[in-house]
Design a protein around this ligand. Structure first.
Ligand code: UD1
Ligand code: CA
Length: 458
């Protein structure tokens, strides 16, 4: 049977005290709703329907940009009259012969495994409720089971007496039912309760009235069904999620100096025996080869680093490709389009942008390389600057194999340095430098005889 998913995301999220709609609040730099959507896509749902209310345009724009090729249906709930009312708005969008899974836009960490297990436990024709046992069940809907273990009813905290409030098994809100049954039963839900809301959870009572069994499926990891209502919860989930990602890396054979001090905001894949020191941040898609070492306090974004390379502390690397056995940093900044070939080296206070450093080439200190292509075994002296920008356009610098650029040189692009060329320190190079020759472009040193330093006036 086809699976439809309805994600409730109409709540305002007042307690976040934010201008951003709650479901767009970031967990690992990704909106809460995106986490839920990604899980949905993993379940191969044929329809994904998001019920929105507050900040609808902003939510739709952000999500559409993130999942451009996913058909997501948007249904507006103008007034938030309760979870039952919210799902009712989605009824016209449901397929006839399907099951509908109800998820929440502010519950980001429900795993695909847990939901798959839930989908398998509940057979078509039955109703399912995902439940969890909490030490402190305050605020949640309590699960009432009969002697056979079937769920008879869900009673919201505000409608519950003292006896029922003692029950520790609660509803996570996540439910599953045949779409046809939802079509028939949701219009029957009323709002005669303590909160004057249309409760989706009342579906359980109605199913029982129709002799339809309601399966309570217990999750053991409470984090998976935890919702975000305020920023302290968001921070807590962020830490738990990060710890989960760190554990996955360690299982794959990566050593972490401290699994509590790594942040992965995207996906990080790393080969065996790689080592990551404390306080590193990885964003977007990052791939590290085997035996890679990342020093403390590095930020690495959408980049690939080859086997046996070392990134020393305090580097920022973005949209770059670093080959095998390279050395980078400390304090290097690689801007987008940087490529280091095998055994290349970029040292401290070097900035690179849209530049290739060939095999075995080095820029060890205090350099800017922009729009530069360097051959093999080039040595770029300390303080070398490629002047790639004339105030209007960018130009290229080409440096041939085995060239040696003396310290504190300026290479004014467009310019070409021949293979094996040597550039004298302090040169400002504006024309092509011949291969295998020494080029010096600086004022001649003179000595002024008899010159005296000025003295202080009295
Ligand atoms: C709900 C359940 C409760 C369960 C708890 C788990 C009901 C009646 N109660 O209670 O049994 O223990 O979740 O967290 O379902 N929403 C809308 N439109 C609305 C109302 C809510 O989209 O009109 C969305 C909210 O944005 C939120 C979610 O539904 O993401 C849950 O709503 P909320 O009002 O917080 O339900 P709870 O009282 O927590
Ligand atoms: Ca809630």
């Amino acid at each position: 049977m086809d699976l439809n998913v309805v994600i409730l995301a109409a709540g305002k999220g007042t307690r976040m005290k934010s201008r951003l709609p709650k479901v767009l609040q970031p967990l690992a730099k990704k909106p809460l709703l995106s986490h839920v959507l990604e899980t949905c896509f993993g379940l191969n749902a044929t329809r994904v329907i998001v019920v929105y209310g507050h900040g609808g345009d902003q939510v739709q724009d952000t999500i559409a940009r993130q999942f451009p090729d996913k058909p997501i249906q948007w249904v507006e709930q103008r007034e938030q009259l309760g979870t039952g009312h919210a799902v009712k708005q989605a009824l016209p969008a449901l397929q006839e012969a399907s099951r509908t899974l109800v998820l929440y836009g502010d519950v980001p960490l429900t795993s695909e495994d847990t939901l798959t297990r839930f989908l398998n436990q509940v057979t078509p024709g039955q109703v399912g409720v995902l439940t969890v046992r909490l030490d402190n069940p305050k605020g949640y809907g309590r699960i009432i089971r009969d002697h056979s273990g079937a769920v008879r009813e869900i009673v919201e905290e505000k409608d519950a007496g003292d006896e029922i409030r003692k029950i520790q098994e609660v509803s996570t809100g996540i439910m599953l039912a045949d779409s046809m049954d939802l079509q028939a039963w949701l219009p029957k839900i009323d709002n005669n309760n303590a909160q004057g809301e249309y409760y989706l959870t009342d579906l359980v009572k109605i199913a029982n009235q129709h002799g339809v069994p309601v399966i309570g499926s217990l999750v053991d990891n409470a984090i998976e069904v935890e919702g975000v209502n305020e920023r302290r919860q968001l921070a807590r989930l962020e830490r738990l999620y990060q710890r989960h990602l760190a554990d996955q890396l360690m299982v794959e054979g990566v050593t972490l100096a401290d699994p509590e001090r790594i942040d992965i905001r995207g996906s990080l894949h790393a080969g065996q025996d790689s080592y990551i020191d404390v306080n590193c941040v990885f964003e977007g898609n990052v791939t590290l080869g085997a035996n890679v070492e990342i020093g403390a306090n590095c930020v690495i974004i959408n980049s690939t680093i080859g086997d046996n390379s070392i990134v020393r502390p305090n580097c920022v690397i973005e949209n770059s490709t670093i080959g095998e056995s390279c050395e980078v940093g400390p304090f290097a900044r690689m801007r987008p389009g940087t490529e280091l070939k095998q055994k290349a080296k970029v040292g401290n206070f070097v900035e690179t942008k849209n530049s290739v450093l060939g095999k075995g080439s080095k820029a060890s200190h205090l350099t800017y390389l922009g729009d530069t292509v360097t051959g093999e075994n080039v040595n770029i002296g300390a303080g070398t600057i490629t002047c790639n920008y004339d105030g209007a356009n960018k130009h290229k610098t080409l440096i041939g194999d085995g060239a040696f650029i003396g310290s504190n040189s300026s290479l004014v692009a467009p310019v070409e340095i021949g293979a094996g060329a040597t550039i004298g320190a302090g040169s400002t190079i504006t024309k092509a430098a011949r291969e295998n020759a020494l080029t010096v472009a600086r004022a001649k040193q003179i000595t002024v005889e008899g010159w005296q330093r000025p003295t202080k006036k009295k």
